[in-house]
Write a protein that binds this ligand. Structure first.
Ligand SMILES: NC(=O)c1ccc[n+]([C@@H]2O[C@H](COP(=O)([O-])OP(=O)(O)OC[C@H]3O[C@@H](n4cnc5c(N)ncnc54)[C@H](O)[C@@H]3O)[C@@H](O)[C@H]2O)c1
Ligand SMILES: O=P(O)(O)OC[C@@H](O)[C@@H](O)[C@H](O)[C@H](O)CO
Length: 390
C-alpha cells in the first residue's frame, strides 16, 4: 500500500511518516526542502528518537520523497496512492489543493477506482473537510462526481509534541513518547488499510475539542505568558510555579466547558490535564516558546484554541478569567521573526484593539468576553512581567 504525505517537517517525519511506515505503507513525502528530499531519496530511512531518559532511537524505513514543484510526478504518485496525509500547517492547505486535484484528475482518467483516503493531520477542527473544500474547485464536474464516490476525507485529531529539530543529521527527529491519532471511522471506505495505533471513533468532535482545547490551549498559554515573562523554552515556563498554575487554571476553565458539553468524567479529565502538564514539563524535550506561540492570528481566530472554547464556556455561564487573560497575552505576542505576530501588531496599531477583537477574533462588541479581553489586555500592557508573574 502506498501513502503520499505532504510536508516532511516535524510532525510529518516525527509522527505520521513513522506510523504509516510501521503499518507497512510505503511512504512518499511531498516536500519543499531540496536537501531533505535528496537525503530521503538516497537513504530511504531516517532515525526517530524518543525524548525519554534512554533516548531510544528507531529507524523509520520504506520512505522516499519528491519535490512539490515536480507537478507531474506528484500527480502520478497521487494517481496510484491508497492514502494521502498532510502536515503542512492549516494555512498552507490552500497551497497543496491544486497539486492534489491534478493527481485526482489523473487517477480518475486512468479509471483507478480503488478507495483513496485523504487525511489532514493539522491542528484544526475539520481539517480534512477544509482541504476537500479547497481541492474541489480545481476539479471538473465529472471528476468531482467520481471523487464523491471513490475518495473520502476523514477528519482527524493528532497529538504528539515534536519541537523544532537541531540534529547534525537533518533527517533525525526527536519526539515525545506520548502520541494519539484519532480518525473519524464513519468516513472510511471499504478497503481502507488500517494504520496500527490509530484510534478510530464514531464521533470525532469530543476528541478533537478535548485535544485542541486542552493540549493546544494550555500549550499556547504557556507560550504567550512565558514570552511576556522572558522565558525561552516551554520547560522553563513549566518550572515556574506561578506560570504553571496559570496554565492549569486555563485548562480547568476549558475543562469545565468540555465536561459540560461532552459529558466527560470529571476525575478522568483532571488526570488528562495532569498528564498534559507533565508532557509540557518533559525534562528531555526542548521546545521553544516561539514555536508554540507561532502564528497568533491563526491561534486567535474564531474557531481555534482560544476564542472557540471561550465563547462556548461563556454560553454555559462558566467564568473564564484566566482564559481571557491568556487571549490578551496572545495579543501582546510581538516576536519580530513571526510574520503573523508582526501583522497582528500592525492591525492592532492601525485599527485599535476593539476592532481587532471584533473583526479577527469574531467576538462582537456587546459580548461580555469582548470587554473582559480588553480589560485584561490593558492591565497586562501596563505591567507586562509583573502581571504575568503574580
Ligand atoms: N509539531 C507538533 O508538535 C505538532 C503536533 C500535532 C500537530 N501539528 C500540526 O502539524 C502541522 C505541521 O506542523 P509541524 O510542527 O510539523 O511544522 P513544520 O514547519 O515542522 O512542518 C511543516 C512542513 O510542511 C512543509 N510545507 C509547507 N508548505 C508546503 C507545501 N506547499 N508543499 C509541501 N510541503 C510544504 C514545510 O516545508 C515543512 O517542512 C501543523 O498543522 C501543526 O499544527 C504539529
Ligand atoms: O502547531 P501549532 O502552531 O498549531 O501549535 C503549536 C503546538 O501547540 C503544537 O504543535 C503541539 O506541539 C501539538 O499540537 C501537540 O500535539
Amino acid at each position: 500500500m502506498k501513502a503520499v504525505h505532504f510536508g516532511a517537517g516535524n510532525i510529518g517525519r516525527g509522527f505520521i511518516g513513522h506510523m504509516l511506515s510501521a503499518s507497512d505503507y510505503d511512504v512518499c513525502f511531498v516536500a519543499r526542502n531540496p536537501k531533505k528530499i535528496s537525503m530521503l531519496q538516497q537513504r530511504q530511512e531516517y532515525p526517530i528518537t524518543l525524548a525519554n531518559k534512554q533516548q531510544d532511537t528507531t529507524i523509520v524505513n520504506n520512505v522516499t520523497a519528491i519535490n512539490v514543484n515536480e507537478q507531474r510526478r506528484v500527480a502520478e504518485e497521487i494517481a496510484s496512492a491508497d492514502l494521502i496525509t498532510t502536515a503542512v500547517g492549516v494555512s498552507a492547505l490552500g497551497d497543496i489543493a491544486e497539486p492534489i486535484a491534478k493527481g485526482i484528475y489523473l487517477r480518475m482518467k486512468a479509471n483507478n477506482y480503488n478507495p483513496l483516503h485523504i487525511i489532514a493531520c493539522e491542528n484544526a477542527i475539520g481539517g480534512s473537510t477544509r482541504l476537500k473544500k479547497r481541492i474541489y474547485p480545481f476539479l471538473d464536474e465529472r471528476t468531482r462526481a467520481k471523487a464523491e464516490r471513490y475518495i473520502s476525507f476523514p477528519n482527524a485529531a493528532v497529538d504528539r509534541i515534536v519541537p523544532a529539530q537541531n540534529h547534525e543529521d537533518p533527517l533525525q527527529v526527536t519526539v515525545e513518547p506520548f502520541y494519539e491519532w484519532v480518525v473519524h471511522r464513519p468516513a472510511l471506505l471499504d478497503g481502507f488499510k488500517e494504520i496500527h495505533g490509530v484510534h478510530y471513533v464514531d464521533s470525532l468532535e469530543p476528541y478533537i475539542e478535548r485535544k485542541m482545547f486542552t493540549v493546544n490551549t494550555g500549550h499556547c498559554v504557556a507560550a504567550y505568558l512565558g514570552y511576556l515573562a522572558g522565558f525561552r523554552t516551554i520547560r522553563q515556563v513549566m518550572s515556574n510555579s506561578t506560570l504553571r498554575a496559570k496554565v492549569r487554571h486555563v485548562m480547568e476553565e476549558t475543562g469545565a466547558m468540555l465536561i459540560r458539553k461532552h459529558g466527560f468524567d470529571t476525575e478522568k479529565h483532571q488526570k488528562y490535564i495532569d498528564t498534559i502538564l507533565e508532557r509540557f514539563a518533559n525534562p528531555n524535550l526542548t521546545d521553544q516558546v516561539t514555536r508554540v506561540a507561532r502564528s497568533p492570528l491563526r491561534k486567535l481566530s474564531p474557531h481555534d484554541r482560544l476564542v472557540r472554547p471561550a465563547m462556548q464556556a461563556s454560553e454555559f455561564g462558566i467564568a473564564i478569567p484566566h482564559l481571557t487573560s491568556a487571549m490578551a497575552a496572545a495579543m501582546l505576542f510581538d516576536d519580530k521573526r513571526d510574520e503573523e505576530a508582526m501583522k497582528m501588531q500592525h492591525i492592532i496599531r492601525e485599527n485599535g484593539l476593539s476592532s481587532f477583537i471584533h473583526d479577527r477574533m469574531g467576538i462582537p462588541e456587546e459580548h461580555p468576553v469582548h470587554q473582559q479581553v480588553l480589560t485584561r489586555y490593558e492591565e497586562l500592557q501596563r505591567s507586562k512581567i509583573n502581571a504575568v508573574l503574580t
